[in-house]
Design a protein around this ligand. Structure first.
Ligand code: XIL
Length: 365
């Protein structure tokens, strides 16, 4: 999972070289030119702080964020970067059903509130993730069978209790997560099987009642480019809008892997959803690779990050980019995809990788 020491040293050297090549060490253009008179004072004055990814993105009227998770809240160095570099955060697990309603009708917001408090203290926007998903459900929900009459009120109560708790505090809700299969058919989740495809419109309406100001999203993976799965979302969102259902956004998770190639048509895909009248967010970006990481793979990864961020910048209605955590130290990848990792722009020692510098450059830093 972890890189060898010599490899990390090599990467640090490589990062530094990329940084210098990109002119990142130069004084930002906003610095006052030093006059002869003020030269002494100027040289004593601290150098202007380089802009953060969040600040750079804001100039494009977008946010740049990172997911986070509660176990990481004991790591001061990690929190310092999370709170300073990013203008937005998403709780990686804390708002999921297993965490927020561990027993039927019994709600627990402790973990999610901890993330909300951090975000508030650091002036970060928060994306709510997620109200309805087939995964990470509590056992009381998955260990039995349900009739539609039984499940409907349970689903409504879950959505509305959680959305009400965070009313006015989250900018978006991923209301339904991962509703489709790769071929564009509906995923056979407990919600689909019990309630039929109409559960999606119901979920959106219930969430809107509970928090009318949060923008409501559908969110999925492998929908970055043009393919059968993103086509299915295109048709569904078009229909939902025609039916007057409150759908305002489409989330591209963006879990890419170098070995599968860069998805074709990301910008075109973002644009077609924008043209439907919804905004688009890049919600869970990471770009994994088969380990070990090599300078070559990390250079390709940097290009992919830059290209993906550029695709978002090219479409006005693409509102922001969220990394699925920012450091390889806390990435979910090694645990879920054995033998893969190194997916994020900071390494396991919280040092910026080539991808970080590539993103900065695209954002104009
Ligand atoms: C992941 C979390 O990061 C892990 O900690 C957890 O064990 C599994 O879920 N798509 C999603 C996210 O929508 O909620 C998932 O998060 C990653 C894939």
């Amino acid at each position: 999972m972890s890189m060898s020491r010599s490899m990390s040293r090599h990467l640090v050297a490589l990062s530094a070289a990329v940084c210098v090549a990109a002119g990142l060490a130069a004084t930002p253009a906003t610095a006052e030119p030093a006059s002869k008179e003020s030269a002494t004072t100027e040289s004593a004055a601290p150098k202007p702080r380089p802009k953060t990814l969040g600040e750079l993105a804001r100039k494009h009227h977008k946010y740049f964020g990172s997911a986070t998770d509660n176990p990481e809240f004991t790591d001061a160095a990690y929190l310092k970067l999370l709170g300073s570099e990013f203008g937005q955060t998403t709780p990686g697990n804390a708002m999921k059903w297993y965490a927020t309603e561990p027993e039927p009708g019994v709600f627990d917001f402790t973990a999610a509130d901890e993330v909300m408090a951090f975000a508030k203290n650091h002036h970060q926007k928060v994306r709510g993730h997620t109200l309805v998903w087939h995964s990470q459900l509590p056992a009381w929900l998955t260990d039995r069978t349900w009739t539609a009459e039984e499940l409907r009120p349970v689903l409504k109560n879950h959505i509305q209790t959680v959305a009400r708790h965070y009313k006015g505090k989250v900018i978006h809700w991923d209301v339904v997560n991962e509703a489709f299969n790769e071929d564009g058919t509906y995923r056979e989740s407990v919600f689909y099987k019990t309630l039929g495809p109409g559960y999606i419109a119901d979920a959106l309406r219930w969430a809107h009642e509970a928090d009318p100001h949060a923008k409501l999203y559908l969110n999925d993976y492998n929908v970055d480019g043009l393919n059968a799965k993103s086509d299915a979302y295109y048709r569904l969102i078009k229909q939902l809008k025609a039916d007057g259902v409150p759908i305002e956004g489409f989330g591209l998770q963006g879990h890419l892997a170098l070995q599968y190639g860069y998805p074709a048509g990301i910008k075109e895909n973002i644009q077609r959803f924008a043209d439907l009248g919804v905004e688009v967010a890049i919600t869970e970006l990471d770009i994994r690779m088969e380990l070990p990481a090599t300078p070559q793979k990390l250079a390709t990864q940097a290009t992919w990050y830059a290209d993906y961020v550029r695709a978002c910048l090219a479409v006005r209605k693409c509102v922001g980019v969220t990394l699925w955590d920012y450091t390889d130290k806390y990435s979910w990848i090694p645990a879920v995809f054995p033998g893969e990792g190194a997916a994020l722009p900071y390494d396991e020692d919280l040092r910026p990788k080539p991808a970080y510098h590539a993103i900065r450059k695209v954002l104009g830093g």
